[in-house]
Design a protein around this ligand. Structure first.
Ligand SMILES: Nc1ncnc2c1ncn2[C@@H]1O[C@H](COP(=O)(O)OP(=O)(O)OP(=O)(O)O)[C@@H](O)[C@H]1O
Ligand SMILES: O=P(O)(O)OC[C@H]1O[C@H](OP(=O)(O)OP(=O)(O)O)[C@H](O)[C@@H]1O
Ligand SMILES: [Mg+2]
Length: 292
């Protein structure tokens, strides 16, 4: 086992190849970390920070972080919850959003949790599934499969399944109905509980602040518009600004330029009302990062 001292780089575990890989690497690049060609190696040096990425299977990430082989890891909450490792969850990251659900063959006789008593449930998440039924005091037989779980009822290996669902298309394609959502998941940033050097702790703090800025920016848009001076007060009322808008006079008499930031969720509503209030030339720009 590696000893964690100030001379080693901050090591971050990332899924090597799967649903979380591109989004995690985009996030890391989005907060300003630059990497060499990460497709070629399993251990990738960061070019501008004392950081390295370890690219591994997602199932291995919580254990690597628990053992201090990696200091941080990006992994689904479903895997963290399944493995019950001793790690700290630093924050949720709003991607890889899915749920772990119990699903049953259409028109079958399982309709509620009690109906699962004595039934066989196929899953890649035996820990979460068993704990769910143990809490309810219902006896079930859990069959662990590493993939293609949805096919198990048709092969008569199981009466029901417990698997990840997002759109529900995979369930539908296999003639299954989603019955009970037992766990909501998203990607999480996890940290080792092993002692870390002062330098690493500071770097983690910096990474966390940048992620916060990056997440806020993703949910906001910078907007610019022109408007008659007399519309400014009405426009200010419409814009649910994070900060008060910047208002600048234009060369055209009586016209001003207004710049501000709006939450993406309200953008289209705000845009329509701004037009009604007399704003013209409305431009929306994505924001790369927002520091408080
Ligand atoms: N349909 C989905 N929609 C959104 N997120 C999902 C979906 N399916 C899985 N995820 C999330 O993405 C993570 C990785 O999924 P993926 O299918 O790439 O894992 P895997 O096949 O176990 O990969 P590995 O080879 O690394 O073990 C899951 O643990 C879960 O958190
Ligand atoms: O509700 P849906 O949007 O259809 O998504 C659900 C499917 O996504 C995941 O599999 P994935 O596609 O990652 O394949 P894998 O299990 O083979 O890795 C999960 O295991 C389900 O099978
Ligand atoms: Mg996996």
């Amino acid at each position: 086992m590696r000893t964690l001292d100030s001379t080693t780089s901050l090591r971050i575990a990332v899924q090597k190849s799967g649903r979380l890989t591109d989004k995690t690497l985009n996030l890391l690049e989005g907060i300003g970390l630059k990497f060499d060609d990460y497709k070629r190696s399993l251990l990738v040096k960061c070019l501008n920070f004392d950081v390295e990425l370890l690219l591994i299977r997602d199932d291995d990430i919580p254990e690597y972080v628990q053992d201090g082989v990696c200091d941080l890891g990006f992994v689904g909450a479903n895997v963290v919850e399944e493995d019950q490792m001793d790690v700290e969850i630093l924050r949720g990251l709003n991607y890889g959003v899915c749920r772990l659900s119990l699903a049953v063959p259409k028109d079958g006789d399982i309709k509620k949790p009690e109906d699962f008593a004595g039934k066989k449930i196929a899953t890649s998440y035996p820990g979460i599934t068993k704990r769910y039924f143990e809490k309810k005091g219902i006896d079930v037989k859990v069959i662990t499969l590493s993939g293609s779980v949805e096919i198990a009822p048709r092969l008569e290996i199981a009466d029901a399944i417990c698997d990840l669902v997002s759109t529900g298309n995979t369930l539908k394609a296999n003639g299954l109905d989603e019955l009970i959502n037992i766990f909501d998941s998203e990607t999480q940033l996890i940290k080792t509980n092993k002692p870390l050097s002062e330098g690493k702790q500071q770097l983690i703090e910096k990474i966390l602040q940048r992620i916060e800025g990056y997440q806020k920016a993703g949910k906001s848009r910078y907007i610019m518009m022109n408007a008659p001076q007399e519309s400014v007060e009405r426009i200010k009322e419409i814009i649910p600004s994070l900060k008060s808008p910047t208002v600048m006079p234009l060369a055209d008499n009586g016209m001003v330029a207004i710049h501000t930031v709006v939450p993406l969720s309200t953008f289209w509503d705000v845009m329509e009302r701004l037009k009604e209030a007399g704003a013209t030339g409305i431009v929306m720009l994505p924001i790369e990062s927002m520091i408080a």
